[in-house]
Design a binder for this molecule. Structure first.
Ligand code: WTA
Length: 662
């Protein structure tokens, strides 16, 4: 593969970048020696290491009974069990008395340039207490689920912290998902309340959101009440007795600014976040209180080296885990200033991000490779127009960052001097697992470098045995860490099977990787049937079942096709039912169908109609062949062993179809 060969060529050249000297003296981790010391300490005495971090970073209402108790066979994982805390109190209340009361907690930039809101810790505390009381007035109690389907507006942060305050479990559904996806997720977690908005403002357009919520709720009897934020002012239908305007609820005379927080056990659930797996419907990854918050705060502090007067900007959407951990919980637990942006990188022009960096003097900037690649195409003259000298640390997450994009980011955004951190992690890990530390780790473009202290990342073969350097294998994590998922909501079997069954005593990430001679990790991507499109995780099985639910479709197979900006794009092979003719209209209709079933991000870019799919004699679709065809292979030698195919002649038909399409 191209990507791989360019990584190798860079590695062979031995291109590496030393961490900056400037700022090193004030860094949390100042050198590789300090990193190695922390790593060794965490390896020898993980409980002592994490207990120290949990005490240093978190305010506990009562101490824990035991730091760690776990059994991967069950599986069951407990961190700081018996310890009492409240996550919202850690993110807000304690900063009211530690000198940060009037510090900006969230600086929000709306998509329109002139819409800016600043929430000090005090202001955010007040809003959160009020909305916590609103939720209580709606009958939400500790342990109840609250679904959240919102654009990137401050009320989203308020809603999540209000849930945390009263011990309700939030479940955020990214606003780009369809009504049908929202419905599935609400049905799965049986949410009692939904918080949503009239619309999403995106690239200058108003995209109605409330109609999706209405559509979804037709099949969600568990939802009793809905709070609706007025963002765009578009017309919406409000259902009497069920739907309420956020601003009216918040202005309610009986709604007080005071709301005592619920004292939670460290292992009570904090949130559910749905993510795609290789089979079936999305799974509700469950994170809990004490371990998650410790890990979010710890990783934010060490990886981004966030200081009190920094402006820290993570460009993710709170609808994904990156936004949960690195816009909300990590930074606020530290008392940092988190910058939150409603818009997109390309609107009104491809300089929007850099304009905002200059406007707010952003110090730490964390984004995704797909954004870098898209902006790179627009040319370096866009960032060159701005003063980016406030920047100190740059980060990347979501997919492998190819060395070309890394080097562009380093040169044109980082002025050739700033560390670019490639951070590897997952919804399930709760926080960053493999990453450089900005003032310690020498960088190699394309490598996420080393595991953080306390993270025992390793590469194993299909039997679970360690493999040496320069050999690909399964990326696993050998010991528990506080931020790890605690379950798949309502599905303990799936929890076990997905993560702990294949390799005894290890967490299976589903990613492939290798290490080099320096022990640096090079992530190669998913080993299962999960796609990564612009950093969004999508299961091929989900997209296939969406396609097959259309009456014209008999069978579908979905694969990822390499894409210069998105990393991967969706390529679908579709067999139609007898008597149905392929056409461009049908192609369009099928794309629209997937958009409606899952959301725009899941719509295939290419649909190839095929009379037959390459199946083994036992009826299994040989996906590797389909992946190769989509990627442009035309020679039989590229396909490997095809002797088990029931009908090898389908391959040449498929190649022909591919060449006719793209
Ligand atoms: C991929 C996002 C290479 C990986 C935080 C993982 C990466 C999946 C990187 C998780 C990276 C994330 N290098 N691949 N730095 N970061 N991935 O759950 O395949 O949305 O398994 O979490 O994204 O995606 P998720």
């Amino acid at each position: 593969m191209n990507k791989q060969s360019s990584i190798e060529s860079l590695q062979q050249e031995g291109q590496s970048f030393q961490p900056p000297q400037e700022g090193r003296g004030q860094a949390y981790i100042k050198s590789m020696e300090e990193y190695e010391r922390a790593y060794a300490r965490a390896a020898e005495d993980p409980e002592g290491f994490w207990a120290d971090r949990a005490k240093e970073l978190i305010t506990w209402d009562a101490p824990w009974d035991k730091v760690l108790q776990y059994d991967y066979n069950k599986p069951e994982i407990n961190w700081f069990k018996g310890g009492k805390l409240n996550v919202a109190a850690n993110c807000l209340d304690r900063h009211l008395t530690d000198g940060r009361r009037n510090k900006a907690a969230i600086i929000w930039q709306g998509e329109p340039e002139d819409e800016v809101k600043v929430y000090t810790y005090q202001m955010l505390h007040t809003e959160v207490c009020r909305f916590a009381n609103v939720l209580k007035s709606m009958g939400v109690k500790k342990g109840d689920r609250v679904a959240v389907y919102m654009p990137m507006i401050p009320e989203l942060a308020v809603a999540l912290l209000a849930c945390a305050r009263i011990g309700a479990t939030h479940s955020v559904v990214f606003a780009g998902f369809s009504a049908h996806s929202l419905q599935n997720r609400i049905q799965d977690c049986q949410a009692k309340v939904l918080v949503t908005a009239d619309a999403v403002i995106r690239a200058g357009r108003t995209i109605p959101l409330k109609p999706n919520a209405d559509e979804a709720l037709k099949g969600c009897p568990s939802v009793e009440q809905v709070a609706v934020v007025r963002r765009a002012g578009n017309d919406v239908t409000m259902v009497e007795g069920r739907d309420h305007w956020w601003h009216e609820l918040m202005a309610g005379e009986s709604i007080s600014d005071k709301c005592a927080y619920e004292v939670m056990d460290s292992e009570d659930p904090l949130f559910i976040l749905y993510t795609s797996g290789s089979t079936g419907k999305p799974k509700g990854v469950v994170h809990t209180q004490g371990g998650y918050l410790t890990y979010a705060a710890h990783s934010t502090q060490w990886v981004f080296d966030v200081k009190d007067d920094d402006v820290y900007w993570c460009t993710a959407d709170i609808g994904w885990i990156t936004g949960h951990s690195y816009i909300l919980y990590g930074p606020l637990a530290l008392g940092a200033t988190s910058f939150m942006f409603e818009g997109v990188p390309s609107y009104p022009g491809p300089d929007r991000f850099w304009k905002l960096v200059q406007k707010f003097k952003v110090n730490i900037f964390y984004t995704a490779p797909t954004v870098i690649r898209a902006l790179m195409r627009e040319g370096e003259e866009w960032p060159a127009k701005y003063d980016l000298s406030s920047l100190r640390v740059l980060g990347s997450v979501g997919e492998p960052i190819n060395p070309e994009a890394w080097l562009w980011y380093h040169k044109h955004i980082g002025g050739g001097r700033l560390p670019v951190l490639d951070t590897w992690w997952q919804t399930e890990t709760g926080g960053i697992m493999i990453s450089a530390l900005p003032y310690a780790t020498p960088l190699k473009p394309g490598s996420a470098t080393r595991g953080l202290p306390g993270v025992h990342a390793a590469i194993v073969d299909s039997e679970g045995k360690d493999v040496g350097p320069n050999q690909g294998g399964h990326l696993v994590i050998k010991k528990p860490w506080p931020g790890m998922l605690r379950g798949v909501f309502g599905d303990p079997e799936r929890f076990k099977k997905n993560y702990f069954e294949r390799f005894k005593g290890m967490y299976e990430s589903g990613d492939g990787a290798r290490t080099d001679d320096d022990g640096y990790f090079w992530i190669m991507g998913r080993l299962d049937d999960v796609l990564n499109v612009s950093g969004h995780r999508l299961g091929t099985a989900e997209i296939e079942s969406a396609l097959v639910s259309h009456p014209a479709v008999a069978e579908a197979a979905v694969v990822g096709m390499p894409h210069a900006v998105k990393g991967e794009t969706i390529y679908a092979y579709v067999s139609l039912r007898t008597g149905i003719d392929p056409s461009d209209e049908l192609r369009k209709e099928l794309k629209g169908h997937v958009r409606k079933e899952i959301g725009p991000i899941a719509a295939p870019e290419f649909i190839q109609f095929a009379d037959g799919l390459p199946k083994t004699r036992s009826g299994k679709i040989m996906r590797r062949v389909l992946r190769k065809i989509a990627a442009g292979s035309t020679s039989m030698e590229d396909f490997g062993d095809t002797s088990t195919l029931a009908d090898p002649t389908v391959i040449s038909d498929l190649i022909e179809g591919k060449l006719a399409l793209v």
